[in-house]
Design a protein. Structure first.
Lengths: 150, 504
């Protein structure tokens, strides 16, 4: 975990520095008023300094850390869930709400639990169609309809 | 409007069928979310927001508040019966609660927790009702420099008191401010950090960020290792505590209520810290303090009183100053702004009906929760048996449809996705998420007030030193920033009690 935090601290320094550099392209003062670059410069600068401080503190073992990264099955759960989540967002407009959400639920439930197929299919269908009806019919949200027309 | 008149009008609104329905819905959803680990109140409130569009803002707030304090009740069930806290605010309840359950006294533990919650919750609403109007009146005199002081104090308190690392808390808060800067600049009207994207020109909405960091992030952490909860089969025939239990619990409830309320008012402290302090008080003052941890009722009554008392306290800065002190209240503030209500001193003058209906609904909600948590505990225990694999996939779908419903934008869902992955990393590396969301909600106001102040003073920073209220608030913020590291160095024992856990 300590090594991860060190890596993250470096990334944060880079991010903060980049944010601050961009802020320098915005006007700092417009006559007597602080301009759009005023706040970003200060916030970005402070962020960069604190990220550097986080790096130093972590090096000197002065930052507490008490969680640990998951084991292999844990990573697999997270990886598959994040993957199918991204995939179903990608297909959200094309497949339509009901199908993309059903896909998301089918994969996550099959991956994370030990359920019989009818349970998985039933819960997915019920939830995706139920939320579709709730949001698109009752709350009038124009959810994407996709290939099947719903 | 005086209290009696206000309250009478409030009850008139809160007792309409639609508002009664939504307060009950909020309380039931809150108890469930409280009881279920793997979804917390901030995510719960955030997911509710889209449902509240088109509702009257008062009804929407009644619903969200019901969920917020309802979650404080629900956390107990899991703590006592499974030895797993449903929320961070019920961690302390596991200590004696689960031991009581092992001794066959789960019923009285749950029953006393419900009564303690009810007493403390009601106490904190009374205090809210008495204290909020004068505070709002005093805050009417605030100008831009005072708001800068107030917002800086609120943000530093949340970033510093929450979580284990001050630096990581502040970094999280600054990140929220950075997100708030994306889009059109409120004063000059130019775009910042938009990279030519039309979507980013509108700025980053708080809802996808909150749902991502709290909702998706929490799901990802919880699926690392799935545990199916097995609530112990405890005899729940006797949820009513005995007379002896009552005698032992009265002083702990009183201590817990006062401590919880005070910590609720403070930004950054909130329910979780309140329970730690309340349990600490019992260790010092309870007559049977040596038996704490072995399953005595005092150890359940006091933290359960404290976490409920903190909710009424937390409403005071939220409503009177527009300054939320935790993740959940930050999400509520964001929701209210979306619904066209701006919490702050003017709210009490312009929308007394809103304030008083909310207060009245909280009284009603607490009565409803007492009944729910005495009569319907078996139903909630039954709900705990739902496998997390199913719950997780349902939560993800609700997150997506909720975020989409605000702007009908797939781009917002991507933001939620990115924030979910980020939220997972932040949780693992102990970066608290609440400061980022809070700073995103307050960021624009802070920047605008800062620039307005400097406009008044023609660019001189002196304005923050010469106005007495502004300088006091800024000095307090500095103290909040400086005292914890000093404590850490010189009194590690006190510091350890303060960094109890992330308040969400």
């Amino acid at each position: 975990m300590r090594r991860s935090l060190l890596v993250v601290a470096v990334l944060l320094v880079v991010f903060g520095a980049y944010f601050t550099v961009v802020a320098f392209e915005l006007p700092y003062f417009q006559r007597i008023t602080p301009g759009p670059g005023f706040f970003p410069r200060w916030v970005g600068g402070l962020f960069t300094v604190l990220a550097a401080l986080l790096f130093i503190n972590t090096l000197r073992n002065r930052e507490e850390l008490d969680s640990s990264w998951p084991d292999r099955p844990g990573w697999l759960n997270i990886g598959v869930t994040v993957g199918v989540l991204a995939f179903s967002i990608l297909l959200f407009d094309r497949l339509g709400y009901v199908l993309s959400m059903a896909l998301l639920m089918l994969v996550t439930m099959a991956m994370l639990g030990r359920h019989r197929l009818p349970v998985i299919v039933g819960v997915s269908a019920f939830t995706s169609i139920g939320t579709y009806l709730l949001f698109s019919t009752w709350l009038r949200v124009p959810l994407p309809r996709g290939v099947l027309g719903f | 409007m005086d209290i009696v008149q206000g309250l009478a009008q409030g009850f008139a609104t809160a007792l309409t069928p639609i508002n009664i329905f939504y307060v009950l819905l909020g309380c039931i959803a809150g108890t469930l979310i409280g009881a279920l680990p793997g979804i917390g109140p901030p995510a719960g409130v955030a997911i509710l927001i889209p449902l509240s569009f088109g509702m009257d803002p008062t009804t929407a707030m009644i619903l969200m508040a019901g969920l917020y304090y309802g979650a404080m009740y629900g956390g107990t069930i899991t703590s006592v019966l499974v030895n797993v806290p449903g929320e961070s605010s019920s961690v302390m309840t596991t200590l004696d609660g689960y031991q009581m359950a092992l001794k066959g006294r789960a019923g009285p533990a749950l029953g006393m927790a419900a009564f303690a919650s009810f007493i403390a919750g009601t106490f904190s609403i009374v205090m809210l009702m008495l204290l909020a109007p004068p505070i709002a009146r005093a805050a009417l005199a605030f100008g831009p420099p005072e708001y800068v002081g107030l917002l800086v104090l609120g943000l530093t308190a949340v970033t510093t008191l929450v979580g284990r690392s001050q630096i990581r808390g502040i970094l999280s808060g600054l990140f929220g401010l950075m997100l708030a800067m994306v889009g059109l600049d409120a004063i000059s009207g130019g775009g910042r950090y938009t990279y030519g994207s039309v979507e980013l020109l509108d700025g980053i909405d708080f809802l996808p960020v909150a749902v991502g960091l709290f909702g998706v992030g929490e799901v990802l952490v919880s699926i690392e290792r799935l545990i199916d909860l097995k609530p112990m089969k405890a005899p729940l025939r006797t949820l009513i505590p005995t007379l002896e239990d009552w005698k032992r619990s009265l002083s702990p409830i009183a201590r817990g209520s006062v401590a919880g309320f005070l910590l609720g008012v403070l930004p950054g402290a909130g329910a979780t810290v309140a329970t730690f302090i309340a349990y600490g008080l019992e260790k010092r003052f309870a007559r049977r303090r040596s038996q704490l941890g072995t399953g005595i009722i005092e150890g359940v009554a006091s933290p359960e009183a404290a976490n409920n008392a903190s909710t009424g306290g937390a409403m005071i800065p939220l409503l009177t100053l527009g300054l939320p002190g935790s993740g959940t209240t930050a999400v509520m503030l964001g929701a209210l702004i979306m619904l066209g209500i701006t919490p702050g001193p003017l709210l009490f003058q312009q929308r007394p009906d809103f304030v008083w209906s909310l207060i009245a609904s909280m009284y009603i909600g607490n009565v409803a929760l007492l009944i729910l948590n005495i009569a319907f505990v078996p139903a909630f225990v039954w709900a705990l048996r739902m496998p997390y694999s199913i719950l997780a996939s349902v939560i993800l779908v609700l997150c997506i449809v909720g975020v989409y419903s605000v702007n009908y934008s797939t781009f917002d869902i991507w933001i939620m996705f990115a924030m979910g992955v980020l939220g997972y990393g932040m949780r693992k590396l102990d970066f608290p998420a609440a400061p980022a969301v809070l700073a995103l909600v307050l960021g624009q106001q802070l920047e605008t007030s800062l620039r307005q102040s400097l406009l008044i003073s023609r660019g001189s920073l002196e304005i923050f030193v010469t106005r007495p209220i502004a300088v006091t608030l800024l000095a307090l913020a500095l103290a909040v920033l400086v005292v914890p590291p000093l404590l850490r160095r010189f009194r590690p024992d006190i510091q350890r009690e303060l960094i109890a856990g992330e308040e969400i």
